[in-house]
Design a protein around this ligand. Sequence first.
Ligand SMILES: Nc1ncnc2c1ncn2[C@@H]1O[C@H](COP(=O)(O)OP(=O)(O)O)[C@@H](O)[C@H]1O
Ligand SMILES: Cc1ncc(COP(=O)(O)OP(=O)(O)O)c(N)n1
Length: 276
Amino acid sequence: MSNSTPPRALTIAGTDSGGGAGVHADCRTFFACGVHATTAVTAVTVQNSVGVSGFHEIPPEVVAAQIEAVVTDIGVTAAKTGMLASAAIIDAIADTCDKVGIGRDHTIPFVVDPVSASMHGDQLLHDNALAGLKNRLFPRASLVTPNLDEVRLLTGIDVTSRDMMLDAAKAMFDFGPQWVLIKAGHLRSDPECVDILYDGVAVIELPGPRFDVKDTHGSGDTLASSITSALAKGATMPSAVEFGKRFITKAVQNAYPLGAGVGPVSNFWRLSDDRF
Ligand SMILES: Nc1ncnc2c1ncn2[C@@H]1O[C@H](COP(=O)(O)OP(=O)(O)O)[C@@H](O)[C@H]1O
Ligand SMILES: Cc1ncc(COP(=O)(O)OP(=O)(O)O)c(N)n1
């Protein structure tokens, strides 16, 4: 007897030694969603609950080789990006995605989370890499998932109300992705957390409660990787994002304290059980 191969997702991202975000959060989320996790590591961060004190970049050709090795043998049914660190790494990823068939014009859906800094303000992407994100990755993306700080950095729009999120979505859409998801976590004046999904025509609101919690480390990664998991199983973009929003809402609700700073959201809330 042989079992069937499960859906496979690839995360192209940095590690977080504290285990709250990055590759660690992505792999846990893939696992919790029943998806086999594969990785292409872009950078190794020195990180804990109080911040990122440094990172070491992986050579671009090694990032490209990891992607190619995984896709050509194991095959992936969806891919996502997180921390990408440099313009050279972004170029290598864009070239490799074209080569192996990842992206909106290919069969493998591609979620681009434009991670620029940690929640503590530590930079995770060099300033000169923003052009690479805009020109090389966004046009290849099935979905881009900026938070409001990333929207400001990429478009100059300072979103201060729920109404302005559609302006932000339109400006991000002009960079060429198939879909845009504007995340509302940083709109703290809003008593709810209503994210917006946009494809140039449809505007889909993703309502959710706003929990009064301090431990939200890894929330963006967890949302993007849960969406990627649903895409890996063949979901349409609106249903994948609706699933992701339900997943992250429970993950924030079940966030836990860790270390002296900010703890992570729970990627394994679905698996919680007190039996061995
Ligand atoms: N306090 C919160 N309560 C409920 N959902 C939240 C909260 N903070 C963030 N979220 C949700 O987590 C996801 C990531 O949000 P956001 O904080 O904007 O991005 P990032 O983690 O990339 O900075 C979004 O779906 C957002 O609505
Ligand atoms: C290695 C690494 N990747 C990404 C992040 C940022 O995580 P994110 O999910 O965007 O959430 P915050 O923790 O910044 O809210 C990171 N810190 N490290």
